[in-house]
Each structure stands twice: as C-alpha cells, then as structure tokens.
Write a protein that binds this ligand. Structure first.
Ligand code: 13P
Ligand code: SF4
Length: 356
C-alpha cells in the first residue's frame, strides 16, 4: 500500500491505490454529471482522454461535498482542475481575499505551497491541505527570515514590502505583503521615500519604473518568467504579425518594456476579455492560455509560454487522494501565524480600501 500519491507516482500505481476506494469508471452517470465541464474544455482536452479525467472529477466533487471542503485553485492550474473541481479560481490576491471568506471546514489548495500557507494563516482553525507539499516556488525559496532581518539591520526604519510568493517565516518579519496586481499601490501606501521590496528583483524593477520612491530589492526571480528575453518578444512579433503580446510582471524589464500589456494572472485574463484581441500571446505559464481560451470566443491564443513545474505537481489523482486521506496538512508554527497574517491582512486592507 503506498502512503502518498504525488506528481511522480506512476499513473498505474496512483490509480491502483485510488481503485481501492473509488470505482473510477466512466459510467453513463459520470459522463452526464461531467458533461458541462467537458463542454468547456473540449477544445483543450482530447476527447480520448476524457474517460480518464471524468471519473476523478466526479469523485472529487462528491467527496468535496461530503467532507465540507472547498477547492481554491490558482489560474496556472490545468483546465481539468480549473474548470472541473475548483470552487474558487484567481490570482494570488484574489485567492488570499477569498480565503478569508471560505465557510467550508477544509480548504484544498490547488497551487503552490506559499498559497496554501497564506490560506492557513488566514484560517488557522481550518484544515488546509495541499495535494503535494513539494509544490514550491523559486521566489519563496530564494530568501529566509534571517536574510530579511539582515536587510532590516542594514536599512533601519525602511519598510519591508514582501511579495506573497514567500514563506510564512518571511511574511512574519515583513511590514506588508504585495502581489503583482497591487505592487505599486502597496509601495505608494507605505511610509517614507525608500522601500525594501523583496524577493522578486524583476517585480521590484518593474514597479520602480512607476514610482518616485527608491526601491531596494533582493536577487530572487521566478524560474518560469526570468528566462524570457527581449529577443523572444522580437521573435514572437516577427512570427505572429499583428498579435498582441502580454506578460506577467515577474518577467525582466526588457520584456515588460516591449509588450502590449503587463499584469497579474487575473489582470491578463481581464485584459483579454475586455480588449478581445484577434490574436494574443501570453508570456507566462502555459495553462493560462488554455483556461482563458475555454471562455473567450474570437481570440486565437498563440504559444509563447513556459511550464511551472511546481504548479504542475498538482493533478486530479493527488487532489482526490488528498481529500480521501486528509493529506498533506499545511501547518505553520504557532508563533509565526499572527505576524505573518498581519502582513497579508495589511495588504488586503490597502487593496480593498474604498477608492475616493
Ligand atoms: P499572480 O498573483 O499574478 O497570480 O502570480 C502568482 C505567480 O506565482 C505568478 O508566477
Ligand atoms: Fe513561483 Fe514562478 Fe511558479 Fe509562480 S510561476 S509559482 S513565481 S516558480
């Protein structure tokens, strides 16, 4: 009997373990119940694969109700998770805000570990599960609380604005968090004319171009976005004349300076839905195009993306396993919960303040 199903569990082994508890057959009832999901994703998922996904989706949704659980999924999750089983989808800010409103007893986070930690610190009394706790993030692992304390000692009195892509320990020694959708707003909201903006050097550099404040940063980067270059954008423009090119602000400034729009994952989705460009390239994680394409008619999505290996650790098999076994539970040391939560709550308070 295997103890855990995760991203590297061979499919037959995972299915054998799940078969002990679930039928996982593509019956008429399963086909009917999952038809609305298939209608959404049929241009993204080959019909021949659907009989494998549908029974998992069916069981996850059944178990979710039985266990009073809610699934929070990031925009980078696969279409079968995003459209099949998620109760709430969004960018990091939306997921954090929604985490404060969840009524279910259990949250299953389909995203990376720092997102699950954020849900936990906002809901210390709830059970928060992540289907594979190794779903990390190169930004979160680039900096420790000790590094932040050393920066604070070097720059006494300078406020620390930390990207939510960070550990609970780092958030606990932070003044206020930010996400890619509110970075400028948060930098402008903190006191003083100098800000320590960590750990993403590129988000910091891209934000620095829009504020008069002096920004001091850290050498962290997103392994998915840091590889894009200005030459890539030039090549995309040559390959796809007339296509709009949009990117995430974790890309280096040389990329952001050459695209038609830059924004958080949800910012990009909203931009496409309102602008409806005939052709678009999303310079970000690959599932984004699949998810937006499934609900945007008249827009052709051209490829110019990278895969986040951490986000892709989450799959239907380990989501079902997680709900079935109550693993892997996310915990945060008691003494970190309050200070880490305060940094996230300050961010939410600034972001949701009524604008006059
Ligand atoms: P968003 O807040 O834009 O969803 O970004 C999260 C992330 O990890 C992007 O790489
Ligand atoms: Fe982290 Fe980059 Fe993956 Fe987002 S895409 S979770 S920033 S490694």
């Amino acid at each position: 009997m295997i103890q855990q199903i995760n991203a590297i569990t061979p499919l037959e082994e995972a299915r054998a373990a799940l078969a002990d508890a679930f039928e996982l057959k593509f019956t008429k009832a399963v086909e009917k119940a999952t038809q609305p999901v298939f209608d959404k994703v049929k241009d993204r998922i080959p019909e021949i694969e659907w009989p494998f996904y549908a029974p998992l989706i069916f069981e996850i949704n059944r178990l979710k109700k039985k266990k009073n659980a809610a699934i929070l999924a990031h925009n980078y999750q696969t279409p079968q998770i995003y459209y099949g089983v998620a109760d709430i989808v969004g960018d990091s800010l939306q997921l954090a805000i929604e985490a404060t409103r969840v009524e279910a007893d259990t949250i299953v986070q389909c995203g990376v570990h720092f997102m699950a930690e954020t849900s936990k610190m906002l809901n210390p009394e709830k059970t928060v599960l992540i289907p594979d706790s190794r779903a990390g993030c190169s930004l979160a692992s680039s900096i420790t609380a000790e590094d932040v304390l050393a920066m604070r000692a070097q720059y006494p009195g300078v406020p620390v604005v930390t990207y939510v892509n960070s550990s609970a320990a780092v958030k606990a020694v932070t003044d206020v968090c930010c996400t890619s959708s509110n970075a400028l707003e948060i930098v402008e909201a903190v006191e003083g004319d100098t800000v320590l903006m960590i750990p993403d050097q590129y988000l910091a550099q891209n934000t620095a171009k829009k504020t008069k404040k002096k920004i001091i940063t850290w050498a962290g980067a997103c392994e998915v976005h840091e590889t894009f270059t200005a030459d890539d954008i030039a090549e995309l423009r040559a390959a796809y004349p007339g296509a709009k090119i949009i990117a995430h602000p974790e890309c280096p400034p040389e990329v952001i300076d050459n695209v038609d729009f830059a924004g958080s994952t949800s910012g990009m989705i909203d931009w496409i839905k309102t602008q409806k460009p005939p052709k678009v390239v999303m310079v970000t994680e690959c599932s984004m195009s699949d998810n937006v394409a499934a609900e945007t008619e008249g827009v052709s999505f051209l490829r110019g993306c990278n895969i986040c290996p951490h986000m892709k650790r989450i799959n239907l098999e380990n989501v079902l396993w997680s709900l079935h076994t109550g693993t892997e539970e996310v915990t945060i040391p008691e003494e970190l919960i309050e200070p880490a939560r305060a940094s996230v709550e300050r961010m939410i308070e600034i972001s949701t303040r009524k604008k006059h």
